[in-house]
Design a protein around this ligand. Structure first.
Ligand SMILES: Cc1cc2nc3c(=O)[nH]c(=O)nc-3n(C[C@H](O)[C@H](O)[C@H](O)COP(=O)(O)OP(=O)(O)OC[C@H]3O[C@@H](n4cnc5c(N)ncnc54)[C@H](O)[C@@H]3O)c2cc1C
Length: 408
């Protein structure tokens, strides 16, 4: 087995890297980190700032947006390893480029021709975005027990209910909503997926602030989010054309989506960026004559983290390769979703401990190191073990689907 890249792949990586060095300027990163609010006031759905827009247009001209998606849906039709290279390089600067994002794999697999051709090209280009409406106040771990109802009324579904932790609901253009369409069926068999615009009448979005909000996490924080939401649906009328896949079969389409969502370089690279911080700090910092890089215990710890990260890189590449070859993809995404948040906690904890007590201070404190970046990253790493499916539930999936163990 050859773990190396081909000469063409290496040359392509260099091209992407050079493009990033030339074009991803501090101004773009600052605009993305701070979040863009248009001067017309309010937070426009799907709004993107002028620097990020210009950059995205340049990336599009290169054909790197949705690089592995079929040409007829706006992609470039390349293989997944080419996508991996683009994702990996852009993840280093905190950008998500290369995949189709969240809802796209499910639409591609289960959508009608009209849904595919109207949503996929816009998703690839970032012209539309989907909030994910899964979790309800009764609990996200047992997702199949969701109660948000969609009742048929002529050519429409009428939606009533509440979702919680709908992270992007305040600025996404659309929502991908899991709702119950048959309350009498066994719980996994009465769920459907509806895709519709967030400005449909009857939707109310209320902010739900996280641990990263007070004080606000500084720019550059790579884990967690400052805001998520509660979203309420009151007699929301959605045309039947919004149904994704078959009625009552949404659980199965969504399971496939979540599995694919968890694949890719981005999740592993968030951690690698933090590990690179550690290496850079350990090389450059001495305190009262103490040098991190001379401390054997610290050297061992850094080497452990780095090795751990390389294992995950191989796991993510293996997953991409399975998807590329149309293989059966069962537990791999869940395994990555266990590894990445746990590695994130280990590596952010390590850097906070290396830098000493001041690194524990949060943004706003006069003595905070780098505006509290490392302490905020540590708090966010804990968040990442909950969102997108908690670590405990992921472990359960690895046990059952990967190891063939019985349901607990
Ligand atoms: C920052 C953030 C962003 C999020 N974004 C979104 C989003 O955009 N859209 C969305 O729909 N959801 C989102 N979520 C919700 C997330 O998916 C849920 O929080 C997660 O699935 C856990 O659900 P819960 O919080 O209701 O915990 P619960 O389901 O109440 O579970 C509580 C705890 O018990 C554990 N547990 C429960 N059942 C079992 C079991 N059978 N075996 C072992 N352990 C178990 C869980 O792991 C968890 O630790 C987000 C969450 C966070 C924190």
């Amino acid at each position: 087995m050859d773990f190396g890249w081909t000469r063409e792949q290496d040359a392509f990586r260099q091209e992407v890297r050079k493009f990033i060095a030339d074009n991803v300027t501090d101004a773009v990163i600052e605009e993305m980190d701070e979040g863009y609010v248009p001067s017309s006031g309010g937070q426009k759905r799907g709004a993107r700032g002028p620097f990020a827009t210009a950059l995205r247009n340049k990336i599009d001209a290169k054909g790197w947006l949705g690089i592995s998606w079929p040409k007829e849906y706006g992609g470039a039709g390349k293989d997944r390893l080419t996508q991996y290279i683009v994702e990996e390089e852009f993840s280093r600067v905190g950008m998500n480029v290369g995949g189709g994002g969240g809802a796209a794999p499910a639409i591609m697999a289960a959508g009608t021709e009209e849904q595919k051709s109207s949503y996929i090209p816009k998703l690839i280009k970032g012209e539309i975005t989907f909030a994910s409406g899964f979790t309800e106040p009764s609990g996200g771990a047992d997702l199949a027990s969701l109660q948000c109802r969609a009742v048929e009324d002529g050519d429409f579904f009428v939606v009533n209910g509440q979702k919680i932790f709908t992270s992007a609901a305040h600025n996404a253009t659309h929502i991908y909503l899991l709702c119950r369409t048959d309350p009498d069926a066994p719980k996994h068999r009465g769920i459907s997926i509806l895709l519709f615009p967030m400005d449909t009448p009857g939707i109310t979005v209320r902010p739900l602030w996280t641990i990263q909000n007070d004080p606000p996490a500084p720019p550059g924080t790579t884990y967690g989010t400052r805001r998520t939401n509660e979203t309420f649906f009151e007699d929301v009328r959605v045309p039947k054309s919004a149904l994704l896949g078959e009625k009552n079969m949404g659980w199965y389409v969504n399971a496939m989506r979540l599995n694919l969502d968890r694949v890719g370089a981005g999740r592993y690279l968030i951690s690698v960026r933090r590990d690179e911080d550690i290496v850079n700090y350990s090389k450059g910092h001495t305190f009262n004559g103490y040098s991190i890089k001379e401390d054997e215990a610290m050297r061992d710890r850094i080497a452990d983290l780095w090795t751990d990260a390389q294992v995950c890189r191989l796991m993510t590449m293996r997953s991409m390769s399975i998807v590329e070859h149309g293989g059966d993809f069962t537990y791999e995404g869940s395994a990555e979703k266990v590894w990445a948040p746990e590695h994130g906690v280990k590596s952010t904890e390590a850097i906070v401990q290396m830098l000493g007590p001041y690194a524990q201070l949060l943004n706003g404190s006069p003595n905070a190191v780098e505006r509290g970046l490392y302490a905020h990253n540590l708090m966010g790493a804990f968040q990442s073990g909950i969102n997108h499916g908690s670590t405990q539930i992921m472990r359960d999936q690895v046990a059952r689907r990967g190891l063939g163990m019985p349901r607990g």
